[in-house]
Design a protein around this ligand. Structure first.
Ligand SMILES: [Zn+2]
Length: 241
């Protein structure tokens, strides 16, 4: 017997194929491309299968990160050239590239890049990537510092912050190393959504799972976290320099 089930892993929901078989043990695997398969003994309930999957959330998210491809878009990637749209903190900016001394700045609804060779796309992208990293660090650190005090009071220690471009998760928390990693793509999201992801990872410093107790902790400081998290779905397939 086979059916599709959806479970909430905290940072994202996943759909998996549950198969009841004449087996003694639960067998969870992820196929290249990100399809999740779980086979279980006949006697195991679907709810118990869901719970098993949730208990493997960290492994599952790590594995999806490796096996899942960047969401495919129609046609070739959009070049980082004059006129393209860039989403930054939930707002659309029009990329405006001009000739001049190297600089990147925003002005109203424009994201300006000035370079000696504005037609050199890899150079435009590199300039934007450096700008993006600086903004990520400033915005994410500000969110972290703002939300950290109550967690410090509960015994958490101030974490280090790492930036990475990831395809299937918005953040991760390596509590043993005292490190939070945030997806650079998150800078495309509205600030209130950035705050949710940062708070989510900060709460992992105190609770390492996605148990109801973990979400109770998140909810204590952010009663509307579900609404904020929903905005992340709109960003699947978004790009950053
Ligand atoms: Zn989490």
């Amino acid at each position: 017997m086979q059916n599709q089930r959806t479970v909430d892993l905290g940072v994202r929901t996943v759909t998996y194929t549950l198969t009841h078989k004449a087996v003694k043990r639960l067998n969870l695997r992820v196929k290249p491309g990100g399809e999740i398969l779980l086979s279980v003994p006949h006697r195991l309930s679907a709810a118990a299968a869901d719970r098993f999957l949730i208990s493997k959330a960290d492994w599952l998210l790590r594995t999806l990160e490796k096996l899942e491809h960047v969401p495919e878009r129609e046609g070739p990637p959009i070049p980082w050239q004059d006129g393209r749209t860039v989403l930054l903190l939930g707002k659309s900016f029009r990329l405006t590239v001009s000739k001049g001394t190297p600089a990147v700045w925003t002005e109203e609804d424009r994201l300006h890049v000035s370079l000696p060779c504005p037609e050199d796309e890899p150079q435009v992208r590199r300039a934007l990537a450096a700008f993006w990293d600086r903004r990520c660090r400033a915005v994410f650190s500000e969110s972290l510092e703002r939300q950290l005090p109550p967690l410090l009071a509960l015994g958490a220690e101030r974490p280090a912050l790492t930036l990475r471009t990831m395809t299937s998760r918005w953040g991760s928390c390596s509590w043993a190393r005292g490190r939070i990693t945030l997806n650079r793509l998150l800078l495309a999201a509205p600030m209130e959504t950035v705050d949710y992801v940062v708070l989510h990872e900060l709460c992992h410093l105190l609770r390492h799972d996605h148990s109801p107790a973990f979400y109770a902790l998140v909810e204590q400081w952010m009663p509307d976290w579900r609404r904020r998290r929903a905005a992340l779905k709109a960003l699947r397939g978004a790009e950053c320099p």
